[in-house]
Design a binder for this molecule. Sequence first.
Ligand code: SF4
Length: 398
Amino acid sequence: MNRLQRLHVERSGLGAIAAKVLAGERLDREDGLLLYRHPDLLAVGALANHVRETLHGDLAYYIVNQHINHTNVCVAGCKFCAFYRTAKQPDAYVLSPRDVERRMLEQIHEPIREIHMVGGVNPDLPFDYYLEVIRTMKRVRPEVHVKAFTMVEIAAMAENFGMSVEEVLRGLKEAGLGSIPGGGAEILTDHAHQVLFKGKIDHRAWMEIAKTAHRLGLKSNATMMYGHVETLEERVEHMLLLREAQDETQGFMAFIPLAFHPENTRLSHLPKPSAADELRNLAVGRLMLDNFPHVKAYWIMMTPRVAQAGLHFGADDLDGTVVTEEIYHRAGSTSPQRISRRQLVVLIEEAGRVPVERDTLYNPVGPQPDRAAPERPAQSTRPIPGASGPEAGMGISP
Ligand code: SF4
């Protein structure tokens, strides 16, 4: 942060938080609420940008990946979801392993490094189905990283197949699962759970599954879906719970705030997310989650333009090329369903950042930019564990 920016932040009334950030001190609940309520978004953004640049310099990450949503059949019935169908609805679907193979072969000319797969809680699918889908992916592209299944889907597998969560994860890992996307967290409070998604696991179970995965060597991301019934206090609580778990396992790679898209849901009366709110959530996330290596501006949700701006509000990652995203488009997302590697690079460069193609675990791949990330100064944020772990996924459950 240069002198002028620091002056701006201090004059805005955020001097006490700025002092903590510059000293590498951890922010508390009250700080989080003040950052959410403070009228000067640019001052909040400048603080987050300071942390982001301390950790990553000008570097901004992206990945060449493919999304596959294997089924939209779901029994959880979350009020915010525009994606799910009951098994009897005419547009319900399940992709067979052969269908998955076909989708991958359609993109075989692309240098895809990651398959991101999530779907509904479909009780009609046997455990072998999941194993076979993963094995198929690894057969079609042995080098690809499979990042699949929300904590919600994993919980349902354990329940439906009479297995422990650990047995489920071990089985999936043996078949080739590389990491877990991090969706299904929504807002980690009892209030949001009761009002919006009581048909699926609560935050305690979500966190236990995440921690179990981390202990087994499966990294994950963590999403936060906001902009529905939750309060600002609940958003901060969500971040504090993630931070506490990360202190324990160091298994989360990226925090991914996802604005709720109300179209075609039972909450369609709610307003659409604003760019200002999206940028603020990136910034507050970057500032509160001092032990998360990465914050992702997920372009498919926030549009490429807002995600691009997010690279100056705490985000260091834009996610990937995607290909055929279905979940958010059913809820009215106006982003395209795919973006080329070239477009991602241009978005990053136009923002004044240096693009770095990564794999799921944030290892740089391909030719490297001249400018490297800075040495992390002692006064920066707290130590960032797992700076090369696995990557993220989709916000809401699927
Ligand atoms: S968000 Fe996920 S778990 Fe909830 S209804 Fe939609 S597909 Fe099912």
